[in-house]
Each structure stands twice: as C-alpha cells, then as structure tokens.
Design a protein around this ligand. Structure first.
Ligand code: 4UU
Length: 516
C-alpha cells in the first residue's frame, strides 16, 4: 500500500457540534449575513439569537435526535438560521434543491423520513404537492404565505445549549448524492464530519475575521453549505447571499463588498475569463479565486487569473467527504491541479483493474481516508460497503495522480456521475424516467463534454417496435418530472445498448463511440 500523506500538520479532532463550532467563531457585533439583493443585514448576535429561538420553538414541536427537517430554499440569510436551528435542537437536516419538481422532492422527503418541510413562498405549491404520501406533517415558510406556518411562529423560548448528541455519530446533515453509481442517496454527515472539515479546510484557506464572500453557490449542495456557510461563519467572516446566479449581480456585489476571495464553479470561471461584462469592473482587490465541483481546465484557469490579476486555484472533494479533501494553499494554485491533501487526510491511487497501488505520477482511482469521510448512505448498507472499503478508505470514483509537490490532478471519472455546471446528474435517474416512455425500449445515459456546462447528458435510445422517439419527445416527457438541469440535451438512436453479462451498461463503449 502506498499512502500519500497530507503535508499539513494534523488538526485536533473537535468534539463540538457543528453549530457550537460555528458559534465559536462569531463576533456578536459584526455583520455576518447580508441578503445580497436587498442589502438586509444580520449581526452575529442576531444570528445566534435567531438560531437559539428557532431551536427552542422546534424543540417544543418535537424536534430531537432522530427527527428530520427538510430545507428547500434558495440562498437567503434565514437558510443559515434554519439549518443551525434544527442542528442546535438535535435534529437532522436534509437539504433539497428548490428547483426540484414535486416528484423529485416527494422522493427525497420519503427517503429521508422528513417530518417538517421549510421553504419559501414561491416554492409552496411544489411543497404542497410534494408532501402528499410522505411523513411531513407541517410546511413552514420563511416569511408568510397562505396555507403554511410562518417561520416566525416557530421562534420560541431560546434553547441556550446544544441539545445533547453524540457528535461523532449523530447525523446532522443529509444531502443527496448518487456517489459512484445508481440513484441519489442520503449522505449521512455527522457533526464531527462537518466540524473537522471546517478546521481542516481553514489551515490552507485561512479566511480572515470580517472577510466577506458572495455566496451564490447553493446552500443545499455541500459546497455552499460547508465551504461557504459553515467555514465563513466559523472563521469569523460573513456571507453576502444570492438566491440565484446572475453574473452582473455577482460582479456588483463582489465589487460593492470588496470580497478578497471568490468561490466559484468552472462555468463561472469561463465567464470571468471571457465575458465582456467583466471589463466594467475593477476587481483588483480580489486575492484568490477558488473553483471546485467539476474540472477546471488549465487554459481557462490561466485566462481567468490573468484577466483578474490573481491566483486561480481549485479545490477537490465530494459530498461524501463533507466535502473537502483537497484545497490549494492560497496564492499557490497551479493551473490544472485540484489542490493538495488537507490535514488528517490520506490518499491512495489505485489501479481500478488490479486493485494495486500505483507509483507516484501514474493515473488511477483516488481513494481517501480521513475524519471527514461520511458515516455512510442512509438505509443503504450495500452502497456504503461498495464505497467505503476495508480500512475506512473511500473510493472516490475519480481518476487522477499526484505530482512531486503533492498536487492532485483529476484527469477522468471512473464513475457514471455526470456534472452539469457542477450539479450532479445521475444517469440512473434519467434512465429510470426515460424507460417509462412508451416509445422507448431501452436507454443509457452518459455525459458528453461541453465547453460551457462541462458535460451534457446524452441518451442512447432503443426505440420500441414501430416507434420513432425524438430528442424533443424525451425533453417534453422529462420536463415537469425532473428539474431543468437534469434535462437530456443530446440523443442518438441505437439498435442495442451494450451491456455486460450481468446486465450492466457498458458506458465506456458509449463514450468511445461519441469520441470516435
Ligand atoms: C475535477 O462537487 C462536490 C464538492 C465540491 C467541493 C467544494 C469545495 C470540493 C472542494 C471544495 O473546496 O461534491 P459532489 O458530491 O457534488 O461531486 C463530487 C464529484 C467528484 O467526485 C468529482 O467527480 O465532483 C467532481 N469534482 C471535481 N472534478 C469535484 N471537484 C473537482 C475538481 N476537479 N476540482
């Protein structure tokens, strides 16, 4: 076994709950949350007060260890209050993409066993449809709306201390990820996972007290939830929240708040490198741009860095890693590299065919071990056992190698996951939906490269006898069942889907066909 160790000193593994860790960094007098579009501000004292009151009110309603609250909202300051209010009350929060269809929300609510759903007025109709046939007994809206409990009704007598939980084992967050194969699964992240990943990440990321960043990356995804929300608050910094991405608004808010660090995904790097709007802004105060969630090509990283006059770096991680395993030391990013291994974390590069460890510089599957590795997939011991193998190693399903200085280069993906603009698209989910189309006899979905989105979902379709399905037919059919970013964008008719003897789709053959 060849283990690649972190070059950073270990951090102490904290026993604090994630909310206790976040509170430890907060200065009560400083502004910690700003609603970007309106400029509405919340101080540290107001944030802590709101979290404790909400935790008190939730406790009166029965929130306790073992209870699940679903949070389906865009990035607004109250998102952070609700997440930490439920965590402080000892609950588990499952985070739901607010652009999900009722069908997708319904699935997650049932799978996660949620009992309360918190949303905002524009998503109330979806929420009402989605809770049918689930265990959700109450819909709460941030603000007010007809037919739902206003969040203000849940503000109770403050709960002064963290509800007792075993921070090493208690699941506080339950985001969904398809991992290496199959449908989206609940990723069980404990308080310890999130608390330690804050401390590990802050060694290279060194966010300063009072430092602001514009948070447009969605809080429902682990990047927004942990790297923006938890890490910034715990470091004594603050967030300017944006409910949806708009380049001009992002540039306006960045310029207005003079944020030294930007946290982005590759399509935004492309815009920062090429879009004419950027010309109109003086961004000379930007010290660092960090991209993660999908590969950022060296060309785009260099063009963006040159245009902004700053260092462009990447982080690497996955939901199952809370999410960070690799970050670049700030100011020391290398084009094409995804960072260096963070504290308390070990890596191996394993030949996927033979299971043997590969020598330095050779491409293989990246395996990661550390205290940020998830507890497992909810109610899915088989998928857990296939992902976390003997010795506690997490198989990432990504292909890459390390250089002599410890920088990771992610070069390919072994797993079937598609990343559309950094969002997860699980081929198995699209295939399951498309297979229900009466004109489809069989289908396989893979990702094909795209300059802007990174990858686009492409379907290989075997038509039912006498049928003639088109891309438009499929798109019309999926619209309303799956959210927009999961839409199939390319289609090719085939006579047969290549499969192994055990019936597994041979995606590699399909990829080769597109490449040819
Ligand atoms: C090539 O996207 C994430 C986590 C992102 C993240 C955020 C802040 C990482 C570090 C950080 O500092 O999680 P998931 O679960 O949605 O997707 C995980 C997958 C990986 O397995 C890999 O295939 O997303 C891909 N990925 C990357 N690929 C993530 N980061 C990179 C990267 N280069 N830098």
């Amino acid at each position: 076994m060849t283990i690649i160790n972190s070059r950073f000193p270990d951090v102490e593994i904290s026993t604090l709950s994630v909310t206790e860790r976040v509170f430890a960094g907060i200065d009560p007098d400083r502004t910690v949350l700003i609603d970007g579009p309106s400029g509405r501000e919340m101080t540290g004292a107001q944030f802590v007060g709101a979290v404790k009151s909400l935790a008190g009110g939730l406790t009166e309603r029965g929130m306790a260890p073992g209870k699940v609250l679903a949070l389906m909202a865009p990035n607004i300051p109250e998102y952070c209050v609700v997440f930490h209010g439920a965590a402080w009350a000892g609950g588990t929060v499952t985070t739901i993409n607010p652009t999900y269809t009722a069908h997708e929300v319904n699935h997650q609510l049932n799978d996660a066993g949620a009992e309360i759903l918190v949303t905002v007025a524009p998503f109330l109709d979806t929420a009402k449809e989605a809770v049918r046939g689930t265990g959700v007994t109450e819909i709460v809206v941030i603000g007010t709306a007809e037919g739902a409990t206003p969040l203000s009704d849940l503000m109770g007598k403050p709960l002064e201390a963290q509800a007792p939980v075993d921070t090493a084992g208690h699941v506080v967050a339950l985001p969904y990820s398809s991992g290496t194969t199959g449908l989206p699964k609940g990723v069980m992240l404990t308080h310890r996972n999130l608390t330690v990943n804050i401390d590990q990440s802050l060694v290279p990321a060194d966010v300063r007290p009072g430092e602001l960043t514009v948070a447009f990356l969605p809080f429902f995804h682990i990047y927004g939830l942990e790297v923006l929300m938890n890490i910034y608050l715990a470091a004594g910094g603050g967030l300017v929240t944006m409910p949806r991405f708009d380049l001009q608004q992002f540039l306006d808010l960045t310029a207005r708040h003079r944020t030294p660090r930007l946290w982005i995904v590759p399509p935004v790097a492309l815009a920062l490198a090429k879009h004419p709007l950027v010309e109109g802004y003086d961004l000379s105060f930007v010290e660092q741009v960090n991209s993660a969630a999908a590969p950022l090509g060296a060309d785009v990283a260099e063009a963006m860095g040159a245009r902004l006059g700053t260092n462009a770096t990447q982080g690497y991680g996955m939901t199952e890693l809370s999410p960070v395993s690799h970050i670049s030391p700030q100011g020391k990013g290398r084009p094409g590299a995804s960072g260096v291994t963070i504290s308390n974390t070990e890596c191996r590069v394993v030949d996927p065919e033979t299971g043997q460890d590969l020598p330095l510089g050779r491409d293989g599957e990246l395996w990661v071990r550390g205290p940020q590795v998830m507890k497992g997939y909810l109610n899915n011991p088989q998928a857990t056992a296939e992902t976390i193998v003997e010795g506690g190693w997490l198989r990432t399903g990504d292909i890459g190698h390390f250089d002599e200085d410890g920088y990771l280069y992610v070069t390919d993906r072994l797993k079937e996951l598609i990343k559309y603009k950094g969002f997860q698209v699980a081929p198995a989910e699209l295939e399951a939906e498309i297979l229900t189309h009466p004109e489809v006899a069989d289908v396989a979905v893979i990702g094909v490269p795209d300059d802007e989105a990174g990858e686009l979902p492409m379907a290989f379709v075997v038509a039912a006898p006498g049928a003639d399905p088109t891309l438009q037919d499929l798109q019309g059919y999926l619209d309303g069942r799956l959210s927009h970013y999961k839409q199939v964008r390319r289609m090719q008719r085939v006579d047969e889907i290549p499969k192994s003897a055990s019936g597994k789709i041979l995606r590699r053959l399909l990829r080769d066909r597109v490449g040819a």
